[in-house]
Design a binder for this molecule. Structure first.
Ligand code: 13P
Length: 250
């Protein structure tokens, strides 16, 4: 049985004092869960969050990284920088980064390789737009993104990659994919991974759903056969609401 992994993506929200307060409040609420709990926070919250989350079951991730080790890339943060302060996870290729910051399948692939090189675990986002879904192309688009994102990785690396299927039309819109549609796509992603890397690898990969997940729909989504948890935006900003999502199976 695959474990369930519930990750929050705070995006560009939360000052350090707010981050500290939220994690302090969240800690007792999720301490007994068997699910994995991750918070992906802004760079400026990382160090504070890591300190407050020390000796808890809450893991801390970043939301992006550069693929080079160091150099003249003003404003960027590298894998070794994240690793050096104790960051464990990093979101790669979120649709907002693809849309507003010109990330491509190629940079996503480079960043995933860099994440593994520097000892970070990537949470890789894929997903289709509404137009692509309405044109019947969602499956092709998403499985193609997966193939390109994972290109050149070893079996072991693929096993340790978390994939987040986030249909773009469901992000921040309050519109959630139906549990059946979300499960169908996570299955398609798993099949694609199986075709390339074999069944052993595909069975182990954690595939999350993201897009307007909240406490009222988490259980239905996360109970589906191929959905192994979620990547949660807005609903991860409040400790009580996020705790309910983490504890969806209680
Ligand atoms: P919302 O949960 O706010 O729709 O955001 C989803 C998301 O983009 C998580 O990465």
């Amino acid at each position: 049985m695959r474990r369930k992994v519930i990750a929050g993506n705070w995006k560009m929200n939360m000052l350090p004092n707010e981050a500290i307060k939220m994690i302090d409040e969240l800690t007792p609420l999720v301490k007994d869960t068997e699910n994995e709990v991750i918070l992906c926070v802004p760079y400026t919250d990382l160090f504070y969050s890591l300190l407050v989350a020390q000796n808890t079951n809450i893991k801390i991730g970043a939301q992006n990284m550069h693929f080079e080790e160091s150099g003249a890339y003003t404003g960027e943060i590298s894998g070794p920088m994240l690793k050096s302060i104790g960051v464990e996870y990093v979101i790669i290729g979120h649709s907002e980064r693809r849309q507003y910051f010109a990330e491509t399948d190629e940079t996503v692939n480079k960043k995933i390789k860099a994440a593994f090189k520097y000892g970070l675990k990537p949470i890789v986002c894929v997903g289709e737009t509404l137009e692509q879904r309405e044109a019947g192309k969602a499956n092709e688009i998403v499985t193609n993104q997966i193939e390109k994102a994972l290109e050149g990785l070893t079996d072991e690396q693929v096993k340790n990659t978390i994939v987040a299927y986030e249909p773009i039309w469901a992000i921040g819109t309050g519109k959630t994919a139906t549990a059946e549609d979300a499960n169908e796509m996570t299955k398609a992603i798993r099949n694609k991974i199986e075709n390339i890397y074999g069944q052993n690898v595909a069975e182990e990969v954690i595939i999350q759903y993201g897009g307007s997940v909240k406490s009222s729909n988490a259980k239905e989504l996360f109970s589906m056969s191929d959905i192994d948890g979620g990547l949660v935006g807005g609903a991860s900003l409040k400790s009580d609401e996020f705790a309910k999502i983490v504890n969806f199976n209680n």
